[in-house]
Design a protein around this ligand. Structure first.
Ligand code: SAJ
Length: 423
């Protein structure tokens, strides 16, 4: 099947790179976002998210003349839904964006079109939720138009490369739908394209992120065990990972981002009585910020009134994404415990946390600090020279929740360095 035009609904971390990549590969692309601010920014030549290479890609997509952005869908050969699927406070999936995106396609859907859901979704969303909405057009998925689920699997920080190079799973509601999906993504995908059914493709995505969550939970639990047994978890993991069939992940202050800390709940929701390990892993990871706070408390011998410089708020290194960030939870807990906290997040400079002071430079975050704590291992923080830090702050306590600072160098600069997961 050939495609000349595609309408991409949702211009976030996935939709914007996807729309731009299709445009630079010759398709006519209509990028749709319900947020008028996003549409205006893009039309003004700005982008609303930071991702290496994205600005240049969006620019060349516009320069090609193939990309237009707007607030309403328009007729196209294919529609891609790439909207957020957050969780509600009770940990159930919030599918409002998916359903309203599907509803907005209905008036434009034509016989022979392809619709692809990319948003991470609970099992059976494509067949049980999206197909019935699209049927309001009078057309049936499979019989009159093609319908697929194809999960995005790109890693923030490496989205542009992984979008093109990763293997892509495409689950059609029938064989012809899967093949239509393959023909669409073959416009730019260099990784293998594998066809399956829609519900399997939804499960694949959830299983990938759940596997990572459970494995990080294991690393976090190891960090607590090692610490209480007087063992250095980092050394133990490095040695265990020399085993040819062992690959333990890294402990840290918790698991954030809108994917790994969210998606496992979709499986718990689907069958709570069968997902006890998955739920327990979520619990371990959700408890990890409190564990990191305990480490800071022990390092300082108390928190009330203590002056703390916190480095990093993003959910992981070298991204500007603050969603579900454990670093923010740590800072909030320190503030609640009465500490005087200054925070520095170079990727989101203006972000405020109630009760904490937002610093704009290394100098200002460190001034007066009794302790410096590393919450996010951004490259610029990983490479900090302890001697320079010592010149800028009066205290000599340092806490590393990411296991990246060189212990000898920090101790030679006069610091007592406390590392998460060490006895
Ligand atoms: N983290 C650890 N220890 C580790 C690895 C990660 O504590 O060893 C923490 C990070 O600091 C972060 C969180 O886990 O807070 C998640 O980071 P991540 O880099 O593991 O994953 P994401 O959320 O940025 O991207 C994941 C990826 N999924 C997998 O690797 C299986 C990506 O491929 C998906 O496309 C993305 O979720 C998504 O959109 O679902």
């Amino acid at each position: 099947m050939d495609f000349e035009s595609v309408c991409v609904l949702g211009l976030g971390y996935i939709g914007l790179p996807t729309a731009s990549t299709f445009a630079t590969h010759g398709l006519q692309v209509i990028g749709v976002d319900v947020n008028q601010h996003v549409v205006s920014m893009l039309r003004d030549g700005e982008i609303h998210i930071q991702e290496p290479g994205l600005r240049a890609l969006v620019q060349s997509a516009f320069e090609s003349g193939n990309l237009r952005v707007t607030a309403e869908p328009e007729p196209a050969d294919a529609f891609i839904i790439a909207v957020p699927t957050p969780i509600l406070p009770d940990k159930r999936a919030d599918l409002r964006h998916v359903t309203s995106a599907a509803e907005s396609i209905v008036p434009h859907l034509r016989r022979g079109n392809l619709v692809v859901l990319e948003s991470t979704s609970p099992p059976r969303t494509t067949v049980d939720r999206v197909a019935p909405i699209l049927a309001r057009s009078g057309l049936q998925a499979g019989a009159d138009f093609h319908l697929c689920y194809s999960p995005e699997r790109v890693l923030p920080g490496q989205i542009l490369r992984e979008l093109v190079e990763n293997a892509r799973v495409i689950g059609g509601v029938d064989r012809a739908s899967g093949e239509a999906g393959r023909d669409l993504y073959a416009k730019f995908a260099r990784g293998e394209i594998v066809l399956t059914d829609a519900t399997t493709a939804e499960m694949v995505k959830l299983m990938e992120n759940t596997a990572r969550d459970v494995n990080i939970a294991l690393a976090n639990e190891f960090s607590r065990l090692a610490s209480s047994l007087g063992v250095d978890v980092w050394e133990a993991i490095a040695l265990a990972n020399r085993h040819p069939r062992v690959q333990i992940l890294r402990p840290g202050p918790g698991v954030g981002g809108h994917c790994i800390s969210v998606d496992p709940w979709f499986l718990v929701e689907a069958a709570p009585q069968m997902a006890s390990l998955i739920r327990q892993a979520r619990q371990v990871n959700d408890d990890q910020p409190a564990y990191a706070v305990g480490l800071v408390e022990r390092a300082l011998g108390g928190l009330a009134g203590r002056r703390i410089a916190a480095l990093g708020l993003a959910y992981k290194a070298d991204v500007d994404d603050l969603r579900e960030s454990p670093a923010i939870e740590v800072v909030r807990a320190l503030v609640d415990a009465g500490a005087q906290v200054r925070v520095l997040e170079p990727f989101v400079p203006g972000f405020e946390i109630a009760g904490a002071v937002t610093a704009s430079s290394l100098e200002s975050v460190l001034a007066d600090a009794e302790a410096v704590i590393l919450l996010v291992d951004h490259a610029q923080f990983r490479q900090l020279q302890p001697a320079q830090v010592a010149e800028r702050m009066p205290g000599r306590t340092a806490v590393d929740t990411r296991g990246v600072w060189d212990r000898l160098a920090w101790s030679e600069a006069g610091f007592r360095l406390h590392v998460l997961g060490m006895g």
